[in-house]
Every structure is written in structure tokens, then in C-alpha cells.
Ligand binder design. Structure first.
Ligand SMILES: Cc1cc2nc3c(=O)[nH]c(=O)nc-3n(C[C@H](O)[C@H](O)[C@H](O)COP(=O)(O)O)c2cc1C
Length: 222
């Protein structure tokens, strides 16, 4: 797959089929993940690949609890407000997040990256994103989720035998499976609206009014 296609179309793919992901694809995802940089090349990471149906069912219960905690605290009233305001993007994200919370046990693979001595997460998230890009290249859809770690960290660790007393901290639960939906370019606030030139507030000398991929990717310098 073209590099730019992967960069532009790797999205949160929450609705996935229950079909298992072949081991060779999982191995590629992991092998690509660990090519990512980490501070001082410390590679202070461990990765749990959960496919066992009983464990996935137990994780699903915890995920649902975490989702309910989120939607009754931080996200309370968000869906209703988005619906009232006609904010289709937020409504879509919340509905798809609800789908994941309702169907978590059917997701065939959940990857749980653990890190330590990395409080900012700067040394683990590049690797997580590598894993998701490698998955995209194989037609596997992923979603980077963090609510399990936020609301049920210790319960997940206990379930999976994670030695948290040795500093291992969960960074995410990446759900993975073959997509039910289609890939598309991620809609975002345009690049020139969130970039400055030299000094804060100074506009850059370029504008990007629509995504540059697929038809306006510059030729690389030979
Ligand atoms: C740090 C982080 C935490 C996230 N946590 C969750 C989560 O707990 N549950 C979920 O369904 N999606 C989660 N997401 C996915 C985002 O909601 C999603 O990437 C965003 O809405 C943009 O959508 P897109 O990737 O489809 O363009 C998370 C993404 C990031 C980067």
C-alpha cells in the first residue's frame, strides 16, 4: 500500500468482523511496531495480544463499565448536545464508540501495550501508531482506546497478570479486526489553520483547502 494512503486513511475502525486475524499478520503488526523510535532507544515496552474468548469477554465487561463511567461523567450529555446542535461528526463518533462498547467481546484481537519510565507516553505511542499503520496495510482496522487504562487499569492488570508492581503501565487497548465499514480520509481542521510560521499566530506561506492525498502529493526529490 502507498505510504500516503496509509497515513491519510488510517482511522478509528470500531465496527469490525469477528473473524480472527492470521498469526502472520499479527507478527507483522508487532514487528512493525517495534521499529518505532523510543527515547534513548530504551524500548521499555511489553505488548499483550489478547485473543482468548473468555479473556476478551472479561475485558468487554470492564470496557463497558469504563464507557459508562465516561458517559456519565466527562462525556455526560455530550450526545444529546451534539444531536441538538446537528453536530453530525460528534454524533457519529459517539455512536460508533457506543457500538464498540456494546460489541467489545466480538473484537477478535485486543492489543494492550504496556510501558514504564515513560510518563508522557512519548516513547510508546509512535510504536502503537506503527502497529496500526501495519495493520492498515493488511486491511485490518484498529482503534486506539484509552478508557480501560483510565478507569479499570488495575482490574485489567489483575485479569492479565501484569506485574504493575514493576512499573508496567497500560498505554492503550487497541482493538483490531477486519472492517465492516469503509476506509476514508480523516476529516480534520485544515493544516494551515493549526500551523504557524516562525512565531505563534503567524500564518504559514501555504494553504491546504482539501486533502493533498490522493492527487496532489509532491514528487520526492530524486
Ligand atoms: C489518545 C486517544 C485515546 C482514544 N480513546 C478512545 C477510546 O477510549 N474509545 C474509543 O472508541 N476511541 C478512542 N480514540 C479514538 C478517537 O476517538 C478517534 O481517533 C477520533 O475520534 C478521530 O477519529 P478517526 O480516527 O476515525 O479520524 C482515542 C484516540 C486517541 C488518539
Amino acid at each position: 500500500m502507498d505510504l500516503y494512503e496509509a497515513l491519510y486513511t488510517t482511522r478509528a475502525m470500531r465496527r469490525v468482523e469477528p473473524d480472527p486475524i492470521p498469526d502472520e499478520v499479527v507478527a507483522l503488526m508487532m514487528d512493525a511496531a517495534i521499529r518505532a523510535p523510543s527515547g534513548g532507544n530504551a524500548q521499555n515496552w511489553r505488548w499483550l495480544f489478547v485473543t482468548d474468548p473468555d479473556l476478551r469477554a472479561a475485558l468487554a465487561v470492564l470496557y463497558r463499565e469504563a464507557w459508562e463511567e465516561l458517559t456519565t461523567t466527562l462525556y455526560a450529555g455530550r450526545l444529546e448536545r451534539a444531536e441538538a446542535a446537528g453536530d453530525e461528526t460528534t454524533v457519529r463518533i459517539l455512536r460508533s464508540s457506543q457500538w464498540l462498547a456494546d460489541h467489545f467481546a466480538e473484537v477478535p484481537l485486543v492489543v494492550l501495550p504496556y510501558h514504564r519510565n515513560d510518563p508522557s507516553g512519548a516513547s510508546i505511542y509512535p510504536a502503537v501508531w506503527n502497529l496500526m499503520l501495519a495493520a492498515r496495510g493488511q486491511g485490518v482496522g484498529c482503534t486506539l482506546t484509552t478508557i480501560l487504562g483510565m478507569f479499570r487499569h488495575d482490574e485489567v492488570a489483575e485479569l492479565l497478570g501484569v506485574p504493575t508492581d514493576r512499573g508496567w503501565t497500560n498505554a492503550a487497548a487497541v482493538t483490531c479486526g477486519y472492517p465492516r465499514g469503509r476506509w476514508g480520509v480523516a476529516a480534520r481542521a485544515p493544516a494551515h489553520e493549526v500551523a504557524f510560521a516562525d512565531r505563534w499566530g503567524e500564518p504559514p506561506p501555504w494553504r491546504v483547502d482539501r486533502p493533498l492525498w490522493p492527487d496532489r502529493i509532491p514528487e520526492p526529490r530524486p
